[in-house]
Design a protein around this ligand. Structure first.
Ligand code: CIZ
Ligand code: SF4
Length: 303
């Protein structure tokens, strides 16, 4: 089937099933193109809870569809590729987290949304890359356990005087960006601003003009008077950056910034998911309730 036919078929099935298509900012261009809403993982889950649609086709990775199921338990959440996981989320398991908690009794656990529902359920509060500093500052405790991203943790720690117990997790995709690549591009593109995600290594962050979440990058690049940017996050972000600012130039900081998991979902997979109404992601109630508590605590913090 041609791409256009597939897109039409997907849109028709979405209508028939009272569904909406949510796509993460790192998805393939053609998936973002047919989405009802694009955004970051938490923004999309909040949209999933708000919509009147009864079926959510979540184009992203597994933990994101879980978050949608946590916040929208009455809706059917479809994840077109069940094998789209997140290696960073998989770096922390519940037994390992419980062991860490035993070593630091009473210390609150701040968990990045890039984690499983079960790990969230064993945490005190969640955070995203956009609100992590505010979340940590909202806690009265002088110490925190931060999971799973050591890079985001180190980034946040710079803004507070709390003692951090870091988890040794990281995003393999962002970790592939090396300072040498950034330095070379900066030299080749004088005047270009370098913007990176806090999942990048601290040596890379040290070279950045601005460190922010994906949503923060869209805002920054739209408003900035600069017209050339070197971008340090997953390649999928270029689609909307370029669409929103067609006259500006966006240079990916490294060709290695491609997350294989984020690239799995194709139009064929979306069509198949809508035809078969599978795979469904449903977080069991005993996990959903405590996980929702950790997300709700985060959502209660003013932006
Ligand atoms: O939370 C997300 O959606 C991710 C993975 C990146 C970001 O900064 O938006
Ligand atoms: Fe996980 Fe990194 Fe891929 Fe995001 S880009 S899904 S954090 S591996």
């Amino acid at each position: 089937m041609y791409q256009d036919d597939m897109k039409n078929e997907i849109r028709a099935l979405l209508k028939e099933r009272n569904g909406i298509l949510l796509a993460h900012n790192y998805m393939r261009d053609e998936v973002q193109e047919i989405a009802d809403i694009t955004g970051d993982s938490l923004g999309l889950s909040v949209e999933a809870a708000k919509t009147s649609a009864s079926v959510i086709v979540f184009c992203g990775v597994h933990f994101m569809a879980e978050s949608a199921s946590i916040l929208a338990p009455d809706k059917t959440v479809l994840l077109p590729r069940l094998d789209a996981g997140c290696p960073m989320a998989d770096m922390v398991t519940v037994p390992a987290l419980q062991e860490m908690k035993r070593r630091h009794p009473g210390v609150p656990v701040v968990t990045y949304v890039n984690s499983s529902a079960a790990v969230k359920a064993n945490s005190d509060i969640c955070c995203t890359s956009a609100n992590a500093v505010k979340v940590v500052k909202s806690l009265a405790a002088p110490e925190i356990i931060f999971v799973p991203d050591r890079n985001l943790g180190r980034y946040v720690a710079r803004f507070t005087d709390k003692t951090f117990h870091f988890w040794d997790g990281y995003c393999p995709t962002h970790e592939r960006l090396k300072p040498e690549a950034v330095l070379r591009l900066k030299k080749e593109n004088p005047g270009a601003l370098f913007i990176c995600h806090p999942e990048c290594n601290p040596e890379v962050e040290a070279l950045a003009d601005h460190v922010c979440s994906t949503t923060g990058m869209y805002d920054f690049c739209k408003k900035s008077p600069a017209n050339r940017f070197i971008i340090g996050t997953e390649a999928g972000i270029l689609y909307k950056l370029q669409k929103e600012s067609p006259d500006k130039e966006f240079i990916l900081a490294s060709p290695a910034l491609v997350c294989p998991n984020m690239k799995l979902t194709s139009l064929e997979d979306i069509l198949a998911a809508l035809q078969s109404m599978a795979p469904v992601i449903k977080v069991p109630e005993e996990v959903r309730e405590p996980a929702k508590l950790a997300l709700d605590r985060m959502l209660a913090i003013p932006r």
